[in-house]
Ligand binder design. Structure first.
Ligand SMILES: [Fe+2]
Ligand SMILES: [Fe+2]
Length: 180
């Protein structure tokens, strides 16, 4: 058994976040299935791929909690939200979920700072950056969808939007990381 190097409050917060990441995976899985049966195979592929990302996040929390002498406790996962009304609604809700998740990550980083738990503070920074990328990714898809639906040739544009979404990266490159 490892020496416990995180506070009880931090262990609870990290466990909640681990299970929240599992919930995020459920959300993407449900939306991916909805997109697949509603004629958006490209977006569906993207969403299935993103579900995998959320599962990796969940596992990252699990390993971190246990590595720091805590106990990651897997719980039941809440049911995903009901089906979106349309693709715009699907992407807007995905974005809302990401923003909500970013705020929860911020709370963990805040707690780490208060507790002077620099290991968790450092661990949390990876997720702060990850959340910027994920919000950017979904925002970009939403912008492209809005452009496609506002176009005179709406159907053709939406077809192309969906086809391109299949090859959308799961990671966004942020300008400050690009090499000049
Ligand atoms: Fe995540
Ligand atoms: Fe996410």
């Amino acid at each position: 058994m490892k020496t416990k190097r995180i506070s009880n409050a931090m262990e609870t917060a990290l466990n909640e976040q681990m299970n929240r990441e599992a919930y995020q995976a459920q959300v993407y899985l449900a939306y991916a299935s909805w997109a697949e049966v509603n004629g958006f195979p490209g977006i569906s592929d993207f969403l299935y791929g993103h579900m995998e990302e959320e599962r990796k996040h969940m596992f990252k929390f699990l390993k971190y909690i246990n590595d720091r002498g805590g106990h990651a406790r897997v719980t039941a996962i809440d049911a995903p939200p009901s089906d979106p009304k349309d693709m715009g609604d699907c992407l807007r809700k995905a974005l809302e979920h990401e923003i909500d998740n970013s705020q929860k990550i911020d709370e963990i980083v805040h707690l780490a700072h208060e507790e002077r738990d620099w290991a968790t503070f450092n661990f949390g920074q990876w997720f702060v950056k990850e959340q910027i990328e994920e919000e950017t990714l979904v925002n970009d898809l939403l912008d492209k969808y809005n452009l496609a639906t506002g176009h005179a040739d709406g159907h053709g544009q939406i077809y192309e939007f969906d086809r391109d979404a299949a090859s959308s990266p799961q990671e966004a490159t942020l300008p400050r990381e690009e090499e000049f």
